[in-house]
Design a protein around this ligand. Structure first.
Ligand code: PBG
Length: 344
């Protein structure tokens, strides 16, 4: 019997594999994982969508989007200040138009004193350093909730584009930095570009919702802007079929040809394959929208204690970066910015 008991470690060594490659070596410590990390999320990647409502003061909760509120113009100015202080580069504005102002043709979109135009002017004056993105589409203004002008059951393309051009011009006049057409009418990017240039707005950018799908993930957004109850039918004659992928490249190619400065894919996480194809094919600034339904799913599961909401929030946004997105529109933006700031 040996006086030296055999150390357990020797046992382990004897079963050691003779591996040249051990990918786990790079993961052994936090410093090493940080060193080899390929993609990171920063505050510069964030665009914060904000809902607006009429009124002198106050905030209204959006029940299907816990933590998200509709803001009056005054509150929106305060939130824009907070966003700028957090170094969030840009905000995107969406109005909940008073039902009495909605009609068949979406006329309120052509009112230079509408909710969005007023908010743009006020935010621009108070917080000139933040980028302001405005949505071009008629759904918050039409009684039927469609993004364009309707004739019977049809959404008229060219007639819609002429209204959208007017809407875009008013937004630019109010001070919008980026015009974001989300309506999916054919030819609207080109028409808006020509009109902006003719009016002297050469520096106003266009972020095209280029590959926007007819998705069920927009439900909570439609609650927020008040179109869920009124929407007649669905949007499948203008938004893309979720089964298509090559078609997204065609839509992006057209919007770039027509003068888009940046393109967007929407929804986000379920369409990361599209984000990746678009970025690899065109190598232009490519954004993704983590839409309301994605936000709601994460929040609902977190509220039930089924997932760690903060961790899933951060991981989901990092996934957009890995797919090639240059930035993400996300309702989590201020929460993420606070978190990134705390992490240093
Ligand atoms: C409307 C518009 C929608 C969204 C952004 N702009 C809804 C729709 O197309 O019905 C959805 C955003 C979200 O779900 O967060 N043109």
């Amino acid at each position: 019997l040996s006086p030296f008991p055999r150390p357990a470690v020797q046992e382990a060594t004897s079963s050691a594999l003779s591996l040249t490659q051990r990918p786990r070596r790079n993961r052994k410590a936090d410093w090493s994982r940080r060193l080899v990390r390929e993609n990171i999320l920063t505050v510069d990647d964030l665009i914060w969508p904000i809902f607006l409502a009429e009124g002198a003061s106050g905030r209204q909760a959006v029940s299907s989007m816990p933590g998200v509120e509709r803001l009056t113009v005054g509150e929106a100015v305060r939130e824009a200040e907070r966003a700028a202080a957090l170094r969030i580069p840009a905000i995107a504005l969406f109005p909940n138009t008073d039902p009495s102002l909605r009609d068949e043709r979406g006329s309120e979109a052509l009112n230079s004193r509408n909710l969005v135009c007023r908010a743009v002017r006020e935010i621009k004056r108070a917080v000139p350093q933040i980028g302001i993105i405005t949505d071009v589409a008629l759904d918050p203004y039409t009684s039927h909730g469609h993004d364009g002008v309707m004739d019977g059951e049809r959404i008229l393309n060219d007639e819609s584009v002429s209204v959208l051009v007017g809407q875009a011009l008013l937004q630019a006049e109010a001070g919008a930095d980026i015009i974001a057409p989300s309506d999916m009418m054919d030819g609207r990017v080109g028409a808006i570009r020509v009109a902006l240039d003719a009016a002297g707005f050469q520096d106003v950018q266009i972020m095209a919702y280029a590959a926007k799908y007819a998705s069920a993930f927009y439900g909570p957004f439609r609650d927020a802007v008040g179109t869920n109850a009124t929407l007649v039918g669905d949007k499948r004659t203008y938004q893309m079929d979720p089964g298509n992928s090559d078609e997204a490249l065609r839509e992006v190619a057209l919007d770039l040809d027509e003068g888009a400065d940046m393109v967007m894919v929407k929804p986000g996480l379920p369409y990361l394959d599209i984000v990746q194809r678009v970025k690899e094919t065109f190598a232009v600034p490519t954004f993704a929208y983590q839409v309301s339904g994605e936000y709601a799913m994460i929040e609902a599961a977190a509220a039930n204690g089924w997932i760690d909401g903060d961790k899933v929030m951060m991981e989901s946004l990092l996934a957009f970066k890995r797919a090639g997105a240059d930035g993400i529109l996300t309702y989590f933006a201020p929460r993420v910015a606070e978190k990134l700031k705390a992490l240093g």
